[in-house]
Design a protein around this ligand. Structure first.
Ligand SMILES: [Zn+2]
Length: 428
């Protein structure tokens, strides 16, 4: 990558010298000096040599750029399995497609449009622009200015003063360390090119179990933008479940979600193992009907240790635990002095929901599967991020707009940033 940058830089220098010598050519030609042929000759030589070298480096940069994209993936194959490769290819495709705006229509480069094409294009673009207002027109400055930073994002000092506003009315601060910053500095809204109102629509879609692809079309965003925003949402909700403590009566049960097809382990005869194997991701779900916690407990059947580690800080000691896995939850029950009411799984089979004592947690399992299925192709390494997001969706507040309000508060009060280049290895 460094070599590519050097080549590009060198080509720019030589092309600039070539262009300058071209501009000076008339001066050299009109020279009244008796030896005018010499400056003209030198000028001509400089022009041609610069352009030849310049174009050579342009060609070299282009070849290197293509080679980087082609070579990077095969070298990884030695170390990565198929699923990671697939995910990488998807990311690279996204990178290549990132500039393919949803604003485009098939007739953008055409001049002789039919009345129908003109009508379709006009309405499609109008809808896009309605959904993508310019930052200056978004009217978000007052909302952003209402969040006063607690400390300087550069040196953590609280010794800073207001220093005017930026071009769209967002307040600027100057710290004693000499740096300027805004309420959005160091948050996921830092350096945003689109208004926060788009983020609101995006969150509302995700809360309604809409897939990234569907959201991407609804909001007229590139799919890479939707993926990037999802990562930002994950980052914001990273510690969301940390402080949830369930109390009184707690229902606890594990459910399973398959690893992706290419990651499944096969037996020696090529068939898939039956029952709970490492091909199943174990997700522990606990609820007290007021709040819910979802934690990935590993692969296959959960152990006492994993179950205890997952829920020890999320269940208040001395609570009543309703479950169907006496052995798995043994340590949890004894360490937290829980009262245990355990049912045998075989006795619960075939019971109507209204009669099933584990119904509160079974309902959460069902909704969780629906949520995960809306993103079924997701990388399973991110499953805890999806569980944090799902937990946010089903816990109070129940109104989706209040959830968005909570997220915006989290963004400003607990700043975390994710740059596009960190996500896709690019600068945009
Ligand atoms: Zn500072």
């Amino acid at each position: 990558m460094k070599k590519l940058k050097i080549c590009f830089f060198v080509s720019i220098i030589f092309l600039t010298i070539g262009a300058a010598s071209f501009l000076f050519m008339p001066i050299a030609r009109d020279s009244s000096s008796a030896t005018y042929k010499i400056p003209l000759l030198i000028n001509g030589l400089v022009f041609w040599i610069s352009f030849i070298i310049g174009y050579f480096f342009v060609f070299l940069s282009n070849a290197m750029r293509k080679k980087i994209i082609k070579i990077k993936i095969p070298t990884c194959t030695q170390h990565l399995n198929d699923s990671i490769m697939k995910s990488l290819r998807q990311e690279v495709t996204c990178m290549k497609n990132r500039s393919r705006s949803r604003k485009r229509t098939p007739w953008d480069e055409h001049n002789d449009l039919t009345a129908t094409q003109e009508y379709l294009q006009m309405h499609y673009v109008a809808r896009y622009e309605e959904r993508h207002p310019r930052l200056a027109d978004a009217g978000e400055a007052d909302m952003i200015n209402s969040y006063i930073p607690a400390k300087c994002p550069y040196c953590s000092s609280d010794d800073f003063v207001c220093k005017g506003f930026d071009s769209i009315g967002i307040r600027r601060y100057k710290c004693r360390c000499g740096k300027y910053f805004k309420p959005t500095t160091g948050t996921i809204f830092d350096s945003r090119k689109i208004p926060i109102s788009e983020w609101i629509e995006y969150c509302l879609n995700i809360f309604r179990y809409v897939s990234l692809n569907a959201d991407s079309w609804n909001n007229r965003n590139a799919i890479s933008t939707s993926k990037y925003w999802l990562k930002k949402l994950f980052l914001t909700l990273e510690e969301w479940q940390k402080n949830i403590v369930l109390s009184d009566t707690v229902w606890l049960d594990e459910t399973y979600y398959s690893v992706i097809m290419s990651d499944r382990e096969h037996k020696e005869d090529g068939t898939l193992p039956r029952g709970l194997s490492r091909n199943q991701i174990c997700i522990g779900v606990a609820t007290d009907k007021k709040h819910t916690v979802c934690i990935m407990e590993g692969y296959g059947k959960p152990s006492q240790k994993r179950s205890y580690e997952a829920f020890q800080s999320h269940i208040q000691p001395n609570s009543l635990l309703i479950h169907d896995k006496e052995n798995t939850h043994k340590k949890l029950v004894s360490e937290l002095s829980l009262q245990s009411v355990c049912y045998a799984s075989k006795d619960l089979k075939g019971l109507a929901d209204s009669e099933n004592p584990l119904d509160p947690v079974n309902r959460v399992h069902m909704l969780l599967k629906m949520f995960l299925n809306a993103h079924s192709g997701f990388c399973r390494d991110d499953i805890q991020d999806y569980l944090n997001l799902y937990s946010f969706v089903i816990n109070p507040p129940s109104d989706h707009l209040e959830k968005v309000e909570k997220i915006i508060e989290l963004v400003f009060k607990n700043p975390k940033s994710l740059k596009y280049r960190d996500q896709f290895g690019l600068n945009t």
